[in-house]
Design a protein around this ligand. Sequence first.
Ligand SMILES: Cc1ncc(COP(=O)(O)O)c(C=O)c1O
Length: 436
Amino acid sequence: MSSKCQELQELRLSVIPNGHASGTPFYVESASGAMIYDADGREFIDFAGGIGVMNVGHSHPKVVAAIKDQAEKFTHTCFMVMPYESPVRLAEKLSAVTPGSFPKKTLFVNSGAEAVENAIKISRYYSKKQAVITFENAYHGRTFLTMALTSKVKPYKFGFGPFPSEIHRMPFAYCYRCPLGLKYPGCGVACADYLRDFFIGNVAPETVAALIVEPIQGEGGFATPPPEYFPKLIDICRENEIIFIADEIQSGMGRTGKMFAIEHWDVVPDMITTAKSLAAGMPLSAVVGKQEIMDIVHPMGVGGTYGANPVSCRAGLAVMEIFEEENLLSRAEDLGKKVRKHFEDMQNEFEVIGDVRGKGPMLALELVKDRESKVPASDEAKALTKFCADRGLILLACGNFGNVIRTLMPLVITDEQLERGISIMRDGFAALRDTK
Ligand SMILES: Cc1ncc(COP(=O)(O)O)c(C=O)c1O
């Protein structure tokens, strides 16, 4: 018996290129809060949030109303031709909710990668320097510059080179697999001090425009540095007049229980890139930075046809209101505590879970063949996500070896939905253990 999902899958294979692949064969009909419903009437609990985009939940009535209202008024004039109110108001909000009490300005563009591109463009213009420091296991996007900044070769970079030059890659504070072979706290967070050696062996600081870093690495596996890491790193940047850019495209907008993850380290970046949950699924990204840096570019030097789209910006303003009215940051903190407790219990029960890490509800489980060798359990992670999807839970893997399970569920998930999702995960881990 053919189903709507099967029908769409067959048509898709003949009209959509293989490169734009999907993790599941279920075609979405509708979604609400933390639930997704497919074209054949199946329901799914969403622990993925469309890769961290749905922090306020699917089809939040406030977001839907803002989008409808704006669409009825106008959908586009191009901000560079005739401006309008919503990006101005949203920029004002972003100045208030990002770390740092200095004057700031915000550039709106469309995707995370485009925000990163612009952050680097502006940094180079301001500093009159060219080099950029990025990290092992970093992910910054799929355009040429952001592919160059990204670490993992397959599937992100393979076959697409050559890439832009002047990109230099440092080891990251991935404590579970320390790149320097050390152990926290005895290590003294040598991986941050290593930036000084990096200037000797890799790139002269006089030529470095910016250092770009994810406070918690997203696609790279949710590596979460110790408290001393970013304060040390930013001090070295300051000493060498290097612009510190926090890429908060995945970790920002309340994902970790704070508006921006870097606040957990009490560090104030020069620039922040944000996207994903900024506009609840409408394409919108932003570079928020110190006014003197952001203002350096000549008129029309940055922008784009769709940048600061009015429908997206209205959705962004609705998101900001939802955070305030529904107290989403404290909800996120509470959710994070619940998920962490479940994950730590699971780690006690299932040998395959080598590490539990993250902040707030941006949490991950790293799966290993055994805890001694730490050989990545990539097939097990794949089997787990499939097991869960088949039973109605959407779960994402990440990490260089695809062996890290991460949570990016809407922050508005109910306790009942959370418990159901966790119970499916638990069944999945039990099934893995039983088939070993
Ligand atoms: C940290 C980070 N930077 C940049 C990007 C790229 O964003 P986009 O896919 O919107 O271009 C992502 C996407 O996952 C991300 O997680």
